[in-house]
Design a protein around this ligand. Structure first.
Ligand SMILES: C[S@@+](CC[C@H](N)C(=O)[O-])C[C@H]1O[C@@H](n2cnc3c(N)ncnc32)[C@H](O)[C@@H]1O
Length: 262
């Protein structure tokens, strides 16, 4: 608990991002990963492999963008830093551990940014006001130099979660919050599609809850039913084994990896 508090204090996030809960979420991701390092290893290796496969297809090797850096555990930073001149990693909250790790590579730059573009306007939003409109253009503004490769890694399903929680706390119905959530997801997918360089996407597709006996208790879309691009590869990520959220059921995620503009 004390360790988590210290990490939270050292986590970098803007005031609106803190208000919506992103610093807290970053610490909880770090903490959960520490508890389940072994169980998450295969998922992280699959993500790194897929990112490299996408990068290998790039004709120009000036700048690569990584979206959703988190703990940096699922990013092949050493390899990408050797391949590209500039590696820009974006996240809305940066843990002190990630900032320390990234210093190993002089051409790796961690950028604090909201990839969805809705967090700042949302932090000023109250029920009855028009909601910010998520747009595909938000991503283009992350850096003035167009990238040669874009990797969106295990970020997509996370984009609508805290915005949806926030609007519901302000009194919005779950149904309207979900419509807003879908718009955020669709804007990110459209934004990726609009790049002309190779784009790699790894995304949570389904959440599967399994009983002690291994039976499926519930299987639901991790992206509010939004259609994902056809996957090239699929794997299972035991994100919260039994005991993490519930003693009787464990949560596993079906991850889909796809390449756009390849
Ligand atoms: C599941 S983690 C990705 C896994 C991460 N690559 C790792 O190895 O830890 C999702 C990441 O997306 C980030 N994120 C969520 N919403 C975001 C937003 N609007 N803009 C930028 N990053 C966001 C979170 O802060 C978190 O670090």
């Amino acid at each position: 608990m004390l360790a988590e508090m210290l990490v939270w204090v050292g986590t970098q996030a803007s005031k609106p991002a803190r208000q919506l809960g992103y610093a807290r979420a970053a610490v909880s991701l770090w903490s959960r990963r520490r508890r389940w390092t072994r169980e998450w290893a295969e998922h992280e290796a699959n993500t790194r492999d897929f990112a490299l496969k996408t990068a290998d297809a790039c004709r120009h090797l000036d700048t690569v963008w990584l979206l959703g850096g988190g703990t940096l555990s699922d990013l092949p930073l050493a390899e990408l830093s050797g391949l590209f001149k500039r590696v820009l990693v974006f996240d809305i909250a940066w843990l002190p551990q990630a900032r320390a790790l990234a210093r190993r590579w002089p051409n790796v730059e961690l950028r604090l940014a909201d990839v969805s573009g809705v967090v700042l306007p949302l932090s000023e939003w109250r029920l009855g006001m028009p909601l910010p409109i998520p747009t595909a253009e938000a991503m283009k503004e992350l850096d003035p130099v167009p990238p040669d490769c874009v990797l969106s890694l295990n970020l997509l399903s996370q984009l609508p979660l805290l915005p949806m929680e926030y609007v519901q706390r302000q009194g919005m119905t779950m149904q309207s919050a979900e419509t807003f959530g879908r718009a955020i997801l669709q804007a990110h997918l459209q934004g990726l599609q609009d790049f002309t360089c190779p784009v790699g996407l790894t995304a949570d597709a389904r959440r599967i809850w399994r009983s002690r006996a291994g039976e499926i208790v519930l299987s639901e879309s991790a992206v509010l039913g939004v259609k994902l691009p056809a996957p090239e590869k699929t794997w299972h990520w035991p994100v919260a084994p039994r005991g993490e959220i519930d003693n009787e059921t464990g949560l596993e995620i079906t991850v889909e990896a796809s390449r756009l503009n390849a």
